[in-house]
Design a protein around this ligand. Structure first.
Ligand code: BGC
Length: 793
């Protein structure tokens, strides 16, 4: 044990010894939505937590407190680079420190079982090894700032339908080899926290799952950190404690507190169990610097150097973009030789940079593809083409001035007011001066000066009673009802009421959206959005305009993708088709211009029926706040597209070997066992569009040599193209990913990847880990589909 560890353990024991039972149980539940209570008598500060995977929201979920937004987790995994994941973690650790956050509620390491999973974008991959490696890099990076992580959601929370109750039935072998494997790898890498999922596994809800939490995680794997419930996932006082849960979040709904103390006094809970829980919370406190008298796990002087978040977000995005098809080599574009680019699509102007739900943050700024290509000096003609959004975007942009949120009491007196970057207002804790008793209304106000004359639309988004006025006119006065019973969906993807209004160009109008706030029991959530739509041409006319712009340009770049209504938390996707008329848009643009490059702005797979008819397809995931700069870098060749698919991409939804996310009678059978992802596609009647691991760069590679030397594979590749490049070398053992590494080489030169093969490579679960009898086929190549080098052991 290191000296610091010994010091921490001694401090934990002496703090524990100073606590009575009631104080002990008090620190096991939230004091509010995001923090644990302080105990000044033992020098314990309040431990503050925040989502989420791509940015640190902080406890105030508001545009007034923005957060660097990195690309989506699928994008991070597409880099296949645990070192880059570690740098992402470093940035998030830095952000957490800046915002006074001790624990980041991330990473999400559930697997891509079905592409219909609503939070697919928020998880890494279909492969346990890749997921574990990226997650481990990320966790190391965050914790190097002495900020904790909670690897989530333990376990088998791979879809959203009925997520609070679904019973996922998974065989022991499948759990061990597939769904538990990333958690095991990340715990071995030193994670300080794990979050227990909402769902059941094989009949037992995860927060009460003694065999998985106590026996496997804490017992077999020797996890010394804390297990926290997903928000409101802890329901039973005794079963959660005996099942191995340590912290119940948030305050509302916790089954502990007095009830836990009573259960101990009544002999229903062994006091030793409570001591173990408290030890784990105190150990966390010591690690993150919230326990007086001991230094944090990483003292401030030893933390990573400051990172420029904008620069990292841009680099990471470019490294994650997967060039899936480029048959004629249209990319990279030569900026000097490229005339006009027709840039087409709603998402080219209003970039969708992140997925919805608890992963959402307010970024300080967003560089859209239109901004990025223009800033790179490219000659761009923009056309909307088709808008896939079924809801209006929040009010923002040059036509709006003075967007402000104001909280008032019953007499209309101002309690709090804050400027907003957009018409989206979201608070998960009430701002200073506002409380449950004095709050009556929340308002978003702004002055709109229309650019054109015509029928505009103002939109109200939220749940509850609203009044919307524009000047003297009341455009809406009524109630909006929830469309879901999942709180995440109610607050993060609420219903919308659109109100048409005639406005004249240049004539300003003051707009006020007012909500009568009714706080739900125990929650201090305020969510209201003032949205806005300008007069637009008809859908047919928009398509026509885009086709004309494409025909007149040298190159057409069409940005298509999903919307907040498609990829978010609290619901699964209903299909894999691109929403709206985007497929028709691409097909018509491609017919008008042979140099049509399609940029797919989606966090997870979508059907691309025109993929064989366009000049290039670039998959950009949800690319984070620097989306447009990274896109310009990759289109012009200033950066190589570095991404490789972390998940197999189907041609059609119905081809997917594993698809279902809807339980039958409360049960979702993982009937395919270990065969998810490429292991399921291999042998499926229809081939996918692009296999796991696929992705092109701007040079070409020859795979020259593979040798397996003990626990290491050594692969030599040669850059056979004309540019320096980076290659992601993949090694498979008996058809499963066993290791990978990225290498770089100049034209004509070779590079050697030395890839460690973990102990598990030649093992399987057979009631315990056991060697798989040989011979073993080890292969290497640039994707699952292309493995030119083979050796047999
Ligand atoms: C999500 C978690 C998240 C938590 C707190 C839950 O609904 O499933 O991933 O960390 O909320 O926001």
């Amino acid at each position: 044990m290191s000296a610091l560890r010994t010091e921490h353990e001694a401090a934990v024991e002496s703090a524990l010894a100073a606590l009575d039972l009631d104080t002990k149980v008090s620190i096991l539940s939230g004091q509010d939505m995001w923090s644990l209570p302080a105990v000044p008598a033992i020098g314990l500060a309040s431990i503050v937590m925040s989502d989420g995977p791509i940015g640190v929201r902080g406890t105030q979920w508001s545009a007034a407190d923005p957060s660097i937004a990195l690309p989506s987790p699928t994008a991070l995994a597409a880099t296949w680079d645990p070192e880059l994941a570690r740098r992402a973690g470093n940035l998030l650790g830095q952000e957490a420190r800046r915002k006074g956050v001790h624990v980041l509620l991330a990473p999400t390491v559930n697997l891509h079982r079905s592409p219909l999973g609503g939070r697919h974008f928020e998880a890494y991959s279909e492969d346990p090894l890749l997921t574990g490696a990226i997650g481990a890099g990320y966790v190391r990076g965050v914790q190097e700032h002495s900020v904790g992580t909670t690897v989530k959601h333990f376990v088998a929370n791979d879809a959203e339908t009925d997520r609070f109750t679904v019973d996922n039935r998974v065989s022991e072998k499948t759990l061990r080899e597939v769904y538990l494997a990333p958690f095991e790898a990340i715990v071995a890498a030193g994670a300080w926290g794990v979050m227990a999922a909402y769902n059941k596994v094989n009949g037992t809800t995860m927060t009460e799952h003694a065999p998985l939490q106590r026996d496997v995680l804490k017992g077999e794997w020797g996890f010394d950190g804390f297990i926290i419930s997903d928000w409101m996932a802890a329901r039973d006082t005794v079963a959660t404690v005996t099942g191995g849960l340590d912290v119940a979040m948030p305050a509302v709904g916790s089954p502990w507190g007095r009830r836990l103390a009573d259960a101990v006094r009544a002999g229903a809970v062994d006091p030793e169990l409570v001591d173990d829980q408290v030890r784990r919370v105190l150990r966390l406190a010591a690690r993150v610097g919230a326990l007086d008298g001991v230094p944090p796990a990483v003292p401030a002087a030893d933390r990573p150097a400051a990172i420029d978040g904008d620069a990292l977000a841009r680099e990471l995005a470019a490294r994650s973009f997967v060039l899936a098809a480029n048959p004629r080599g249209v990319l990279p574009l030569d900026p000097a030789a490229t005339g006009t680019i027709a840039l087409i699509g709603a998402l080219a102007r209003d970039a969708r940079i992140l997925g919805g739900g608890s992963a959402f943050v307010f970024p300080p700024h967003v560089v859209s593809p239109l901004d990025g290509l223009t800033a790179a000096g490219l000659k761009v003609e923009y056309a909307l083409g088709a808008d896939p959004r079924t809801k209006l975007p929040p009010a923002t942009g040059p036509q709006w001035a003075g967007l402000t949120a104001t909280f008032r009491d019953r007499d209309g007196a101002v309690l709090h007011t804050t400027p907003l970057g957009s018409g989206r207002g979201l608070w998960m804790e009430l701002p200073a001066g506002v409380d449950r008793d004095n709050l009556a209304t929340a308002e978003i106000t702004g002055r709109l000066t229309p650019a054109v004359t015509g029928t505009h639309e103002l939109g109200v988004r939220g749940v509850g009673r609203f009044t919307l006025t524009a000047g003297e006119q009341t455009v809406f006065d009524g109630a909006l009802l929830p469309e879901s019973s999942d709180p995440a969906a109610i607050f993060l993807a609420p219903p919308e009421q659109r109100c048409p209004i005639e406005l004249a160009a240049g004539v300003p109008v003051d707009v006020t959206l007012r909500q009568q706030v009714m706080l739900p029991e125990g929650f201090a959530v305020v969510s209201l959005t003032l949205s806005f739509g300008e007069p637009t041409a008809s859908e047919d006319a928009l398509l026509e305009q885009a086709v004309r712009a494409a025909a007149a340009a040298d190159v057409a770049v069409v940005v298509v993708g999903t919307t907040e209504e498609v990829e978010s938390e609290g619901f699964d996707r209903t299909c894999l088709a691109l929403p709206g008329r985007q497929d028709e848009l691409v097909a018509r643009v491609a017919a008008a211009n042979p140099n049509t490059i399609v940029v797919v702005n989606a966090g997870s797979p979508v059907e691309l029926p025109w993929a064989d008819d366009v000049a290039a397809v670039l998959l950009t995931w949800f690319p984070g706040q620097e989306a447009g700069h990274a896109l310009a870098d990759v289109l012009t060749g200033a950066a190589e597209p570095g991404g490789r698919l972390p998940t197999t991409w189907p041609v059609r939804e119905q081809d997917c070997p594993v698809l279902g996310t809807t339980p039958a009678d409360g049960v979702l059978e993982y009937a395919e066992d270990v065969r998810i992802g490429y292991r399921a596609w291999d042998g499926a009647p229809v081939a996918p569009r692009w296999w796991f691991g696929h992705g092109l760069g701007y040079t070409t590679w020859a795979y020259e040599q593979l040798a397996v030397d003990g626990a290491e594979a050594v692969v030599t590749v040669r850059n056979t193209g004309a540019r320096p490049g980076r290659e992601t070398v993949q090694v498979y053992a008996d058809g499963r990913l066993a290791g990978f590494a990225t290498v770089t080489a100049d034209p004509g030169r070779t590079a050697t990847a030395r890839i460690p093969l973990p102990e598990r490579t030649f093992q399987h679960w057979d009631g315990g880990w056991a060697p798989v009898p040989g011979p073993h086929h080890v292969t290497a190549g640039p994707s699952y589909a292309t493995r030119p080098l083979t050796t047999t052991l």
